[in-house]
Design a protein around this ligand. Sequence first.
Ligand code: SF4
Ligand code: SF4
Length: 70
Amino acid sequence: MYAVAEVIDDSCVAHKGCRLCIMYCPEADTILFDKEKKVAVVVEQRCKGCELCVVVCSAAKHNAIVLVHR
Ligand code: SF4
Ligand code: SF4
């Protein structure tokens, strides 16, 4: 099993300009802004499960990313 991040679309406020997870993710091109859905989206294959995105999103009280186990 390994952990990857997953965005909860209904909680994500990227449509209001939030980009915290995108800015803080240490892996390049791993969290992207989905222009159609207007939410952040995690490229699972690139995610290392470091949890930094979860920490920054939670610190901002959005709670829109969780780690899931595959
Ligand atoms: S930090 Fe959270 S609310 Fe902000 S864009 Fe990322 S998932 Fe969405
Ligand atoms: S868990 Fe780490 S590597 Fe994966 S998307 Fe979040 S910040 Fe990026």
